[in-house]
Write a protein that binds this ligand. Structure first.
Ligand code: FES
Ligand code: FES
Length: 190
């Protein structure tokens, strides 16, 4: 007769697992204290415990990118991460990108380029694009497509998504160039 496997709750290899655990997340600039089961994903902590439902659950298996958020500035799939693993971390969700009434440049660009249809993938696409720009690894449309390939859009809005990201990147590049030119002219004037 098959033996019953010990439950994770009682013991895992002799290590007792608590029913609930205290976790503090700094979400969108605010400290949020949670008392959750140790197996709660970061995605469920955000959606079910903090009512931040902008972050979407698509596949729940790391395949679609709908759940992308920024943790300490880096983009991750929140469905593949336990909240307890991010205790003390800074988490930014789509709700945390705007500054008051001022949308984040990527949010503005997505609207300007009509870069969504149903909008379900959009929070993940935008958070992923914020991370992508911070990584500074994509410099062409092909590189954007490659490095955004973890974010699936079932509506097929890819051309407009890439155009929106390119727009923000080129704005950033233009800003950098203007900054460098100003610096050079200051140095020349010394
Ligand atoms: Fe996380 Fe699909 S819901 S990758
Ligand atoms: Fe519908 Fe991307 S806009 S899934």
């Amino acid at each position: 007769m098959a033996q019953r496997a010990p439950t994770a709750r009682s013991h895992a290899r002799g290590i007792p697992v608590p029913d609930r655990i205290n976790v503090t997340l700094h979400v969108n600039g605010v400290d949020r204290k949670l008392n959750i089961t140790p197996w709660t994903t970061l995605l469920d902590a955000l959606r079910l415990h903090l009512d931040l439902t902008g972050t979407k659950k698509g596949c729940d298996h790391g395949q679609c990118g709908a759940c992308t958020v920024l943790v300490d500035g880096r983009r991750i799939n929140s469905c593949l991460t336990l909240a307890v693993m991010k205790d003390g971390a800074h988490v930014t969700t789509i709700e945390g990108l705007a500054q008051g009434d001022m949308l984040h440049p990527l949010q503005q660009a997505f609207i300007a380029h009509d870069a969504f249809q149903c909008g379900y993938c959009t929070p993940g696409q935008i958070c992923s694009a914020v991370g992508l720009i911070a990584e500074d690894k994509a410099h062409t449309a092909d590189e954007i497509r490659e490095l955004m390939s973890g974010n699936i859009c079932r509506c097929g809005a890819y051309p407009n998504i890439v155009a929106a990201i390119e727009d923000v990147m080129s704005g950033k590049a233009a800003h950098k160039t203007a900054h460098k030119a100003a610096q050079k002219s200051r140095e020349a004037g010394r």
